[in-house]
Structure formats: C-alpha cells, structure tokens
Design a protein around this ligand. Structure first.
Ligand code: NAD
Length: 427
C-alpha cells in the first residue's frame, strides 16, 4: 500500500520532535511550527494564442526573526500551498544552520515551464512580481530561482520590480545572470556545497573520496555540480536517475566503472533530462527510474525530489550504503529516519547539505548592496568556509550528544531562531 506524504506535515513532525526534546515552551512551538505570513494570488497571463490563462501563485514567509525572508520560487504543475509552506520552514532552519542573517521564505507558481513559450514565461514572471512587489525588497523578502525557474526569470522579475519602484534594487532577488547583478559561483553553489560537506565528513571518517562510489537521483542544477565536484575529487558516480520529457518517465543511467559526468552534461537538456538514445549509444545501461536507489554504492545522493527515501523503499537500499547526502529538499520521510538511524547510515541532512545555494545567494545580495563584485575563487572560498563551519558544528553536537545528524542540525537551527524570537520579545 502506498502512503501519501505531505511535505508540510513532514516538516512539522520533524520540528515537533526536536522542539519536544529541547523543552521549548508551548507558545514558542505554536509560533514556530507555522508560517508568519502567506500570500495566495492569481496571475492572469496573455498567452501567445490570444487567450488569457490564470495561474495560481504563492509566497510564504515562515520566519523573519533573524532577517528578511529568503527563498526560491518553484514553477511546477503539482505545486501546492503545503509544499511552499514546508520549503519556507526548511529555509528558516537552513539559513540558521549556516548562520546567515536571513529568515525563511518560499514561493511557487502552478505551471508547466516546458509547455510555456519564452514570452509567456516572461509575462508570468512579471505578473508574479506585480501581485506582491510591495511585500518584496532586500530588507523584506528576497526570492531566488528554484525548480523550473532560472536566472533569466529572476532578471525579468528584478526588472519588473525596478520598473514599478523606479530605482535600481538588484538585491531584491538573487540568482540573476552574471553581469546583471548575479554572483559568480551561484550556479555551482548548491551542488558544490553538498560536496564540501561530504568531503568534511569523509575526512573525519578517514575515507578518501577516490575509494567511494555513489548513485544519485536528478541531473539538474544541484546534481550536476555535486557530480562534477565529487568525480573531480576521485569519487565514482555509478548511476544517475532523471526524468525523460519525451516519454514522461524516469530512467536510471548506469555505468559500472563510473559515469562520465561531462559527457552526460553534453547530452542533457535545460530541464536536467539525459537523452536516452544518446546515452545508450555511449554504452550506458538504461534501467527503471527507481533503480538508482538499489545500487551497491557507498553514498546515495537524492538530488531531485521530496519523499523518495521511505520505509517502503528502504529495504531495497544496499547494505553497502553508509552515507545519505540529501541534495534535494525533503527527500527522506520522517518515518524513515528511525530505519536509517538503526542501520547506522550517516545522514547529511538537506538543510545543511544543500545550504550552499542560499549561502551564495546571500553573498550575491551582499555584493549587490556594495555594488562591488568578487571573483569566483573568492566566492567559492567563502562558500567552502561557511559550509565546512556549519558541518563541523552539526557533527560536533551530534557526537557529543549522540544525536542523529538531522536532529543535531535541527537543534542548532531551532535554538538560534527561538533565541532571536525571544530577544525581539515576540514570545
Ligand atoms: P532542476 O529542475 O534543475 O533538476 C531537477 C532534476 O530532477 C532533473 O534532472 C529532473 O530530470 C529530475 N527529476 C524530476 N523528476 C524525477 C523523477 N521522478 N525521477 C528522477 N529524476 C527526476 O532542480 P534543482 O535545482 O537541481 O533542484 C533539485 C532539488 O534540490 C529540489 O528539491 C530543490 O528544491 C533542491 N534545491 C535546489 C537548490 C538550487 O540552488 N537549485 C538549492 C537548494 C535545494
């Protein structure tokens, strides 16, 4: 029997468990387990065929005690208010875990980006900003790209905001193209950030990356750059699962002696789908979409979707797997955490592992506000420092208090946010 998971309920369950163990008072728990502000709105868009289509948009601010809300906008046909709420909540914990002075936010638009023309996409992006521009701003709420959106979308959004307000505010949105206020290193930041954290963990365990193998879900922005850096360090990616637009199915591409990441990047499209026919010509085995999870590897890297590691699939995970590196948001369901813990698999939890994106977005905003831009080496050095520091704090707490890594990350994040709420006198 399949179980339906609601990401918002998952996020609240994870929060409740840690809040209880921290002994947070009832008022604080009540406040932190729900968003502070939500906007639900419609966006009418003139389509190329002359009709007008109405899209549903969301923007959620979960918590702004530590700074302005920060979080991407997802463009997805199955976007829901609950997904956006969950992701906004995870952004609060993510920013607090890496200790950047930002709160948690998220946005979404129910739409199917591959089916929209560039003109329709531009009108949708501008329409989104027109509905909520007075709630945005580098001191209030700063969106960014996420699933289905890209730097061009962010630039249209920034331009709409600046047109409405009549001045230059590049820091209103991050993930812009380089040269138009974007930061060097932002494209790589989330995937590289995952591997900075993984590298620190392997180091502490006395394992060299060259001796490890991995299997991953996704070959989009996060997965591609995680795979690039992991293989540059000497690790081998044995299998990659991704969605195939052409036949609306997922496939796993497998090469026992290791995938050639640069070669696969050459045959993927803008939505992170690998061309099946070309992959077969290059000698890749093509397996069902969920085969990535059953591979005999040392590290599993879910870098695509939420709710992928569940009690139903857990028994099919190879006993060889020792590390679960969560590049995606919410890839593991809370009812699977006890099984992972019992088997002794080390989790690099999502809101630590994939925090490189928001950390670099923060750097982008700092550069925008200074109107002075760093070179890529400087950005990546700062990113590695921030990610490694956050990892060490979480790992140290997990060792000293014998906590599961996810719980240790939650303890650090929730304590920081609760403290900010208390200091402000809100509770
Ligand atoms: P993306 O849109 O660039 O890529 C998504 C990938 O998932 C694609 O390769 C797609 O083929 C694959 N996919 C979709 N459905 C699939 C399925 N059923 N089976 C297998 N593969 C499937 O997205 P992204 O930016 O790489 O984000 C991936 C995840 O990471 C999301 O959970 C996102 O919220 C999270 N995240 C992204 C960033 C960022 O900076 N991009 C930052 C933090 C977290």
């Amino acid at each position: 029997m399949s179980t339906t998971y609601n990401p918002y309920e998952n996020a609240q369950i994870q929060f409740d468990n840690v809040a209880k163990s921290l002994g947070l008072d009832g008022g604080m728990c009540e406040f932190l387990r729900v968003p502070q502000k939500e906007l639900h709105f419609t966006i009418p868009v003139k389509m190329d065929n002359g009709t007008t289509k109405t899209f549903q948009g969301f923007r959620v601010k979960h918590n702004i005690a530590r700074g302005p809300a920060k979080g991407g906008i997802r463009f997805h046909p199955h976007e829901t208010a609950d997904t956006v709420r969950a992701l906004a909540m995870w952004m609060t914990w993510k920013c607090a875990t890496v200790d950047i002075p930002l709160g948690g936010g998220k946005g979404g638009i129910i739409c199917d980006p591959p089916s929209l023309s560039a003109g329709e996409m531009e009108r949708l992006c501008r329409g989104y900003v027109r509905q909520i521009w007075n709630q945005l701003g580098h001191e209030a709420d700063i969106p960014a790209p996420d699933v289905g959106s890209n730097p061009q979308c962010m630039l249209w959004m920034m331009d709409e905001y600046e047109t409405i307000t009549g001045a230059h505010y590049p820091g209103v949105i991050t993930g812009k193209p380089v040269g138009m206020g974007g930061s060097l290193g932002r494209t790589e930041a989330t995937g590289y950030g995952c591997i900075y954290v993984l590298k620190s963990l392997l180091n502490l365990k006395g394992i060299v990356p060259e001796s490890t193998t991995a299997s991953m879900q996704g070959f989009g922005n996060v997965a591609e750059y995680a795979a690039r850096m992991y293989t540059e360090l000497g690790g081998k990616v044995i299998a990659i699962s991704c969605w195939n637009q052409a036949d609306s199915k997922a496939y796993t591409f497998r090469k026992a002696d290791g995938c050639d990441i640069v070669q696969l990047v050459g045959i993927k499209d803008a939505f992170g789908s690998i061309d099946k026919e070309k992959a077969m010509e290059l000698g890749y085995e093509v397996l069902p979409g969920d085969a990535w999870i059953t591979q005999d590897v040392d590290i599993l890297m879910p870098c695509a979707l939420e709710n992928q590691i569940t009690p139903a699939v857990f028994p099919s995970i190879s006993k060889q797997v020792k590390i679960l590196m969560e590049g995606a948001n919410g890839p593991t369901t809370p009812d699977c955490d006890p099984l992972i813990k019992d088997r002794g698999i080390t989790v690099l939890p999502d809101f630590l592992a994939n925090a490189g994106g928001v950390t670099c977005s923060y750097f982008e905003q700092v550069q925008n506000n200074m109107n002075y831009y760093w070179d890529k080496v400087e950005v990546l050095e700062k990113l590695e420092y921030a990610m490694t520091k956050a990892f060490r704090a979480v790992h140290e707490l997990s060792e000293t208090k014998s906590l599961y890594m996810r719980d240790a990350a939650y303890v650090i994040a929730i304590e920081r946010v609760a403290n900010a709420v208390k200091l402000r006198g809100w509770i």
